[in-house]
Design a protein around this ligand. Structure first.
Ligand code: ZN
Length: 416
């Protein structure tokens, strides 16, 4: 399949660089009024004024796209999702809306354990087919790189089945987005290990981490009070780092525990959620260069306070935005709603949200050197909007304003 495309006369809007943009620099975008982008074999060769373009003549080997009157952005990077899972939990959502407590829902067979049971029962084919549906929808919203976590198996074989499913999604022919695997065996303490958290951490360190090496790029942990607290999280992540995994944390989501500070002391790629991060955590993450990945859809769905995006930006940290698509707390992969909530409730500027969903999302996956901006040498991943004003991104509250998605130099989604 050819991966050569020339996009002409676009309003090109992109952050620049090969690492995360921090603080005030998040708001600085490069804007080129009449730009041309030339992609050969999936890699951007030229991105700049149409007038200065090299004399590559479009021939039968190149797709030619006229983007006159359209904004061209880098492809969106959704750097935090749980899109592989068995079962669905709509009944539980209804119970929650009627005010049932978390404990009562657990007693009725809801909660994460119900997804764990359904994922253990599901075949790998079923997991792949279901996840592909989400990836296709996300592709229509401009996503060209998506992270997918394991973590609904909580035993070695089911975690492997999830990682194998992710690998199959990542290797599909005609794929619509790159899929990056994260191992999240420490998502919850499985029922079989109730009251024996330390022993479950031992199992992850001694059996799962060595077994999944090479199958997952990152290792993640749900660092939270009464789940995996600071010392268990540190022990797990230090072992993972020693085996070559990059590190991520679900941190300070429910209470202020010190996950932000822990991520900084470990040199993690990102700490995510951060609704209740302390001021010290914000400062430590900014200084250590840990990306703060904020997930406004989850805060919205749970009616929780939004994470302090402005605090992070004012402290000079890099902020990324992601959907947190999962079957429990946040069953949404909506990029448009993520942008609207970030602008309206977290007071991020449109420019900052663009950086957060592109270059900084890439940095949260350790990939900012090859995706996340429109620059020569990077992969040809783009989002073309239906008009030439990028302020439509939050203005279209929850509605999709993406016209065309281009992944790896190929048009992979076109909306009417
Ligand atoms: Zn999550």
């Amino acid at each position: 399949m050819r991966k050569n495309i020339i996009i002409e006369h676009a309003t090109m809007v992109t952050p620049l660089g090969r690492k995360a943009r921090k603080g005030a620099a998040m708001g600085e975008l490069s804007v080129t009024a009449d730009a041309t982008v030339i992609v050969t074999d999936g890699i951007i060769e030229y991105a700049g004024p149409t007038e200065g373009r090299p004399a590559t003549r479009p021939d039968e080997h190149y797709t030619l796209l006229d983007a006159h009157g359209n904004v061209l952005l880098p492809g969106f990077v959704d750097s935090h999702t749980h899109l592989i899972f068995g079962g669905f939990r709509p009944d539980e959502f209804g119970w929650r809306l009627r005010g049932e407590s978390y404990m009562s829902i657990m007693e009725r067979g809801g909660g994460i354990q119900s997804t764990v049971n359904a994922t253990r029962e599901a075949s790998e084919d079923e997991l792949v087919e279901k996840a592909q549906w989400f990836i296709d929808r996300m592709s229509e919203m401009g996503v060209t790189t998506v992270e997918a976590k394991s973590g609904y198996g909580l035993d070695s074989d089911t975690e492997l089945k999830m990682l194998d499913a992710i690998e199959r999604l990542a290797c599909k022919t005609g794929q619509r987005a790159e899929v990056v695997a994260t191992f999240l065996g420490a998502h919850a303490v499985p029922r079989e290990y109730a009251g024996r958290t330390g022993e479950y951490v031992d199992l992850i360190i001694n059996e799962m981490l060595p077994r999944f090496k090479g199958k997952a790029k990152c290792c993640d942990v749900f660092c939270e009070k009464n789940v995996f607290e600071l010392e268990d999280s540190r022990r797990l992540l230090e072992a993972a780092a020693a085996m070559g995994y990059s590190l991520k944390l679900h941190a300070d989501e429910i209470v202020t525990l010190g996950g932000g500070e822990l991520s900084a002391s470990l040199g993690a790629l990102s700490a995510d959620h951060l609704l209740h991060v302390s001021d010290e955590g914000v400062k430590a993450m900014a200084e250590a260069g840990v990306v703060a990945t904020l997930l406004p859809l989850t805060a919205f769905a749970l009616k929780e306070p939004y994470a302090p995006a402005r605090k992070f930006i004012e402290a000079g940290a890099a902020v990324a935005l992601a959907t947190d698509l999962n079957p429990g707390s946040c069953f949404s992969g909506s990029i448009p709603l993520t942008i609207a909530l970030a602008c309206i409730y977290m007071k991020m500027t449109v420019e900052e949200t663009i950086t957060a969903l592109t270059l900084n999302g890439a940095a949260a996956l350790g990939m900012a050197d090859r995706i996340g901006s429109i620059e020569p040498g990077k992969r040809g991943d783009f989002v073309m909007l239906g008009c030439d004003n990028y302020n439509v991104l939050p203005y279209y509250v929850g509605m999709n304003c993406v016209k065309t998605t281009i992944f790896d130099g190929r048009i992979v989604a076109q909306n009417p």
